[in-house]
Each structure stands twice: as C-alpha cells, then as structure tokens.
Write a protein that binds this ligand. Structure first.
Ligand code: KIV
Ligand code: ZN
Length: 511
C-alpha cells in the first residue's frame, strides 16, 4: 500500500454494541453488564460509544444515565432518539451529566419506507427530520454535546438521492454535525452504496463528518465500511463481534485489523481485540463461529500439507504464508493450529511431535506420514495423542527379525544379552564401556555387525503425559555398511534398557 493512498484524516470509530448490538439480543443487557462492556470498549480506545436508546425501556434509560455519568471527557457517549420530541427529551435527560455527548436522531428517507412503513409523503418526513434536529439543537444545554442525524435505509435512496441531499443540507443548517448513512438492510454491491455516500459528501459542507453504518445481510458490511473510509467517510459505526439485527452490523475487529493491515493509524488498542471478542461472546451468548475471520477457533488452523508447510516455515515471521496477520497483533497466541488429516503431510507430523516435546527427524516423519494418512482417511483428523501413539508404536517399537528378551548386568561392564533372531533364541555375553558398547560387542560376536554407532542421545521424558511410566528416551544413530544413517529410538524407565531397545529398533530397520 502506497502511503499516499491513505486518507489524511484518521478513522473515527463509533461503537454501537450497547445500542444496535444490544437491541438484537435475546436478553438485552442490564446496567451491570453494560458497565463491563463499556469498560472494555474504553480499553480498546474507541473514542465514541452509542450507549443505548433511552426511550426503549426504563432499564435502558437508567443504564444510559449511569454510563453518561461515568464516561470521561475522552469518550463521547451518544444516545439514540427517534425524530420526535418525546424521544429527544428522554435522550437528552439521559445524557445530561455527560462531559462529552451526542444526541443521535434518525428517520428514514427511503421512498419505499416513507410510503409503506411511515405512510407519509416525502415532504412531510423531511419536515419531521428537520424539525427534530432543530428541536434537539434548541434543547441541548451542554456545549460539548453535538448532533448526529441518520438517514435510515440510506442504501435504498438511489432513486431520490437529490431529495435526500437537499434534506440533509437543511439538517446540517439546523445543527447536525455528523451525517450517518446507514445501509440498514444490505441489498446491493458495496460500489452502489459508496457512490451514494460520495455524492452526499461532495454536496455537504466539508466540515460535516460523514459516517457509515453498514448492516451485514449479504456479508459485505466489512468491505463496504473499509472501502467507504478510503472513499471519504470518517466515522465508522461498528459493533463488537458484528452483533446487531438479523445478520448483524459491521464487525469492529475486522475493520480495525484491515485498516491496520493497510497502514492506517487506527488509534485502537488492537491487542485487546481477542479478549474482548471472547467476553462479548460470553455476555451476548452468541457463539463465535468456527471459521470467523481473525477470531474464530479455526481461523488459525491448517490442514492441507502445502498450507502446513508454508505456515510452519513462516511461523515466527510478521508476514505469514497462510495468515493475514500475526495473531498476537489482536492479542491471540501466535500458534497456528496444525491438524493432521488425510490431506496433511510430513511437516505436520514433525511439528505435532515436536510441539508435544518429543524428538523426531524429518526422515522419521516421512516414514510416519503414509501410515497416519491412511488412519485419517477413515477416522478424520487425528489428535495429537493419536499421532504420538503412532510415533511410539512405529518409531520407538519397530517390529522385525530381532526381538529383545533381556539385557542384564553380570558385573561392571559385562552384560548378558538374550534375544530372538528370526524366531531363534540367541544369548551372548557382551563387554564394553557402558551398555551400548557391551550390547554392540555382544551382537558383533554373533556376526551382527552391519551397523556402527555414530552418535547417541538421551532424553528425559519426565512428566510424560501418556502415562506409560517411561522416564527416558534413547536415540542411537547408526551407520550401516553403505553409510546410510539409521535412527533407533526407545523409551524405558531404565536408561540401560532404553539404550539397548533403541539399538534393536535400529537393527530391525537394517536386517
Ligand atoms: O440501521 C440503522 O438504520 C440504524 C439507525 C437507527 C442508525 O441503526
Ligand atoms: Zn443499525
């Protein structure tokens, strides 16, 4: 994004969770609940908050009174009122103690709604709107209280946009400083709404703040709001978790994150987004759907091998191969979920085992991948536990021609090795500098000398969640007579036995 494409004026976020969001809930919030959410909105640093609709209920009026008292100068608290005197008086009474406030009044100017819902002539509706703003202006006592006027169903005003503009000019003359243009029901493509919005902006004085308020009936509210900002709108009305009537309002988290991704200084404490989302979901009893952008439980999940490979390779980078942001920007853990299905690949196995704190090489994960894929074909996604079990069974316990029966010390540096080879019992005394040396020495005496130790590693597995009682893992790296590297792993509570089992696992890969 070129810097010169970024609008000079910062976006002004206007939160509508406590009003538009609240009115759509099965159980609207009481004062205590609104207080918790109001605090969260302030933590996000959203400068303007519509705290309620005082004429809608006594509970909402009382909540607005308390929130208005509580809010400091930094936060503009706004209340909604229909375009009639009774509502406006009630609204102004609710915010009388606020330091920085707004009266927000509205009426539809859409031809369809004026005719079929209000049953009024356009000129009569225009007069109601102008009169409401005039009445509000004359009754506002607080110099820090301004007026917002909304054209309900603005998105349906294509055919009478010139009329709407003329009414808005009058409304601005009467004292409204913010003109909000709701796409009350989303019906058409964003371009059509934005063209109308631009026309209004061009025809009103430049000091009028143009606001957008997009409902999400067709799923494009975020796009429309973001593009509206790049086309001249300043105030962006958004709702936490995209709550709101029907399919909701514009989702705040999405808009703020998208603008941030496009080099816009949002002024928002983005790192508070994720925790706020969880809180709002809990308080609204509206679940976050699995695939919700940015915040959904599955929004950071990768299941195809190609995506997993890219995701893992770019894990710690700011720019991820298969994610739009670094999740910690919105306060989410940076862990991208790697889920293993029949579509997944070796990198997933490697990453899952590593994440469970077990050692694995990429060769070992290549070996495990087809086995895991086959299992996942019938079962679906494998859990970490299941992959770990596969790792234990196929890597740490390799079945083959060798079968260890016992390995017992006789005296220092001398061991009795007892095993089956192709079903035939074998016993030998091995000597050496420790169990590995002694075991290899015994094997070599019997002619099994195809492998040579190249290195050896011991891992402590204390706290092993599988409850296997295992406490140590040995890994031996051997070279066969063609210099191929073979890794044998084994787990046992006795370190000596873990070592010998690891050698037998390596032998079973060679013979
Ligand atoms: O969607 C809408 O039209 C509204 C107005 C009341 C602003 O919420
Ligand atoms: Zn609305």
């Amino acid at each position: 994004m070129q810097r010169n494409e970024i609008p000079k004026i910062k976006p002004y976020f206007y939160d509508i969770t406590l009003r538009d969001g609240n009115q759509s809930l099965k159980k609207p919030w009481n004062l205590d609940e609104k207080l918790i959410i109001f605090d969260k909105i302030q933590e996000l640093n959203i400068p303007a908050v519509e705290i309620g609709f005082p004429a809608s209920s006594q509970m909402d009026f009382d909540s607005c009174v308390e929130l208005a008292k509580k809010a400091g100068e930094k936060t503009k608290v706004s209340v909604l009122a229909r375009a009639h005197h009774g509502d406006i008086e009630r609204a102004l009474a609710a915010i009388k103690d606020a330091k920085n406030s707004r009266l927000h009044t509205f009426i539809t100017l859409s031809p369809f709604h004026m005719e079929y819902v209000l049953n009024k002539k356009p000129q009569d509706v225009a007069q109601i709107a102008i009169d409401a703003v005039d009445f509000a202006k004359k009754n506002i006592k607080n110099p820090n209280c301004d007026i917002e006027f909304s054209v309900e169903h603005f998105g349906d005003c294509e055919e009478n946009i010139d009329f709407v503009i003329e009414v808005l000019k009058e409304i601005v003359n009467k004292g409204a400083t913010t003109i909000n243009l709701p796409n009350t029901v989303e019906r058409y493509r964003p371009y059509r709404y934005i063209s109308l919005m631009k026309k209004v902006k061009e025809n009103l004085p430049s000091n009028v703040i143009i606001s957008v308020h997009n409902h999400n009936d067709l799923g494009m509210a975020t796009a429309t709001t973001v593009e509206s900002y790049f086309s001249g709108a300043i105030q962006l009305e958004c709702c936490l978790n995209g709550l709101g009537e029907r399919a909701g309002n514009t989702d705040f988290a999405q808009v703020a994150t998208i603008l941030n991704n496009n080099c816009v200084d949002t002024g928002i404490n983005l790192e508070k987004i994720y925790e706020t989302t969880l809180l709002i979901s809990q308080m609204s009893r509206v679940k976050i759907y699995e695939k919700a952008p940015l915040v959904g439980p599955e929004a950071l999940a990768h299941r195809s091998g190609i995506h997993q490979d890219g995701a893992i390779k770019t894990k710690d980078m700011d720019f991820g191969a298969y994610r739009p942001i670094k999740p910690s920007i919105i306060g989410r853990y940076d862990d991208e979920k790697i889920g293993f299905t029949s579509q997944s690949g070796k990198t997933a196995i490697y990453d899952i085992i590593k994440a469970l704190k077990y050692p694995i090489t990429i060769q070992e994960s290549i070996y495990l991948t087809p086995i895991a894929k086959e299992m996942a074909e019938s079962k679906g996604e494998l859990t970490g536990e299941e992959i770990l079990e596969l790792y234990f069974n196929k890597i740490c316990n390799i079945k083959g021609v060798f079968e260890l029966i016992s390995f017992k010390p006789i005296e220092k540096g001398v061991y009795d090795l007892f095993f089956n080879y192709k079903g035939e019992r074998k016993e030998v005394i091995g000597t050496g500098n420790g169990p590995i040396d002694a075991c290899l020495n015994g094997l070599s005496k019997l002619g099994f000398d195809k492998i040579k130790l190249s290195y050896y590693k011991q891992y402590s597995l204390d706290g092993d969640e599988k409850g296997s009682g295992a406490s140590a893992m040995s890994a031996v790296s051997m070279l066969d007579n063609k210099n191929n590297e073979i890794i044998g792993r084994a787990i046992d509570s006795s370190t000596a036995l873990a070592n010998v089992k690891a050698i037998f696992n390596a032998l079973n890969q060679v013979y």
